[in-house]
Design a protein around this ligand. Structure first.
Ligand SMILES: NC(=O)C1=CN([C@@H]2O[C@H](COP(=O)(O)OP(=O)(O)OC[C@H]3O[C@@H](n4cnc5c(N)ncnc54)[C@H](O)[C@@H]3O)[C@@H](O)[C@H]2O)C=CC1
Ligand SMILES: O=P(O)(O)OC[C@H]1O[C@](O)(CO)[C@@H](O)[C@@H]1O
Length: 384
């Protein structure tokens, strides 16, 4: 039986990556930093995934175990693994990279030619490449050569809405997800054969990743930040507001114009259908997805390559309109949720440095016109 070590036993780790790897016949070992979660998984040896739809379907994921990130067992489990995946949040990859580097040292000495692939399933541009750089920071030149030859680092795009479990879960390990999923894997980067039924193997990931991050996650963040402004608790409530729904569609349209220009292989009707399908998913009445989850960490979501500034730059390069994306960025700046540490930091930065300087620093945008436009929109939202 093949073995996968997956870092991050959270919503997407259990609700998406873990279940697909289980269906693909892998023995899945989870690594996490939360002791209680690790203990719970080792006691239960299985968990359930509920697919939220008209009829709720429940799948059992068994034959699992878990290790703490900082335990020797974690390193040992990777020595004979066939696959390593992560879903920990992109900011936690340095930590994981250091641990994987330790395992690769042992693996090179013990099983030097056993095929290994690594994939970071995070919402970010080329997170696996980021993880690879983090791993390489901890290895010497000889080991780096071996890593280049023997370890596949495939960038991926992962798409499945896995909301918080409150209201649905009856068991501590239950995960809840929507029915839809898409897992795009950049095939040329793999070493050896990788079989994951349901995954899509693509030759060039960038268009898929940009489409997902900009037309889904960007639109989702827009719904969350606009919804927060209007006092909506969930994405569903936000999308039922016609003004917000129109802004979300506008953001998707602007992103689409940028994508069509940057990736000529896309066709407008297909992207329009993609956008519509995404909006339908946001309107799934069976999913209670908090705007606070979808909007979490606005400093990351407003950063240069992420879901709002990334498409704004593409749309600008295409000569397309950007008012919708500028509004979404302004709404993100106005996101003052006191329960979100990054939002608190953002508000403190705006108070201390002013909104214009904060926009430039956080988003990397430098054009005076666009920065002023966003700043004016922010003032309107912040004083509402
Ligand atoms: N929830 C969703 O719908 C989707 C999430 N993602 C991405 O997946 C990643 C995880 O998201 P969620 O599962 O929603 O978050 P989550 O907060 O539910 O789960 C993250 C898990 O990672 C663990 N963790 C944190 N640092 C760690 C480390 N250094 N080593 C091992 N475990 C660590 C946490 O304890 C937690 O159990 C994020 O990058 C997110 O953008 C991607 C697609 C869908
Ligand atoms: O996980 P992040 O990057 O904080 O952002 C939340 C986004 O990720 C997802 O959880 C999965 O793509 C979406 O539901 C949401 O748009």
């Amino acid at each position: 039986m093949k073995k996968a070590v997956h870092f991050g036993a959270g919503n997407i780790g259990r609700g998406f990556i873990g279940v697909l790897l289980h269906q693909a016949g892998y023995e899945v070992v989870f690594a996490d930093v939360v002791d209680a979660l690790v203990d719970e998984m080792n006691a239960a040896k299985s968990y359930r995934v509920h697919t939220l739809d008209e009829v709720v379907q429940t799948e059992q994921v068994d034959n699992i175990r878990a290790v703490r990130l900082d335990s020797p067992n974690c390193i040992q489990e990777m020595v004979d693994a066939d696959l390593i995946t992560t879903a920990v949040g992109v900011g936690n990859l340095p930590n994981v990279g250091q641990i994987i580097a330790e395992a690769l040292k042992l693996r090179r000495d013990g099983q030097p030619h056993r095929a290994l692939n690594i994939m970071a399933c995070e919402n970010a541009i080329r997170a696996t490449s980021t993880l690879k750089q983090e791993i390489l920071r901890h290895v010497d030149a000889d080991l780096a050569d071996w890593v280049e030859q023997e370890v596949g680092f495939a960038d991926v795009a992962v798409d499945r809405i896995a909301p918080n479990r409150a209201g649905y879960a009856t068991e501590p390990l239950d995960a809840v997800v929507e029915r839809f999923f898409e897992w795009d894997i950049e095939e040329p980067a793999l070493k050896g054969a990788l079989v994951i039924p349901g995954a899509t193997f693509v030759a060039q990931l960038d268009p898929y990743l940009a489409r997902k991050l900009y037309m889904l996650n960007g639109a989702h963040a827009t719904a969350a930040y606009a919804g927060y402004q209007k006092g909506c608790e969930t994405v569903l409530a936000a999308m039922q507001d016609s003004e917000i729904a129109a802004l979300v569609a506008e953001v998707q349209h602007e992103a689409m114009m940028g994508l069509l220009h940057r990736y000529p292989q896309f066709e407008q009707p297909a992207l329009e259908a993609y956008a519509e399908r995404v909006r339908e998913r946001f309107l799934n009445p069976h999913i209670h997805d908090d705007v606070a989850r979808v909007g979490r960490d606005p400093l990351r979501k407003l950063s240069a390559q992420d879901r709002l500034v990334g498409p704004l730059l593409l749309a600008k390069a295409a000569g397309a309109a950007t008012e919708g994306l500028a509004s979404a960025i302004a709404l993100g700046l106005a996101y003052d949720n006191a329960a979100d540490a990054a939002a608190v930091q953002l508000q403190q930065d705006i108070a201390e440095q002013g909104v214009t300087a904060t926009i430039t620093r956080v988003t990397g945008l430098t054009g005076e016109t666009i920065v002023q436009e966003i700043a004016q929109m922010y003032e309107k939202y912040a004083s509402a």
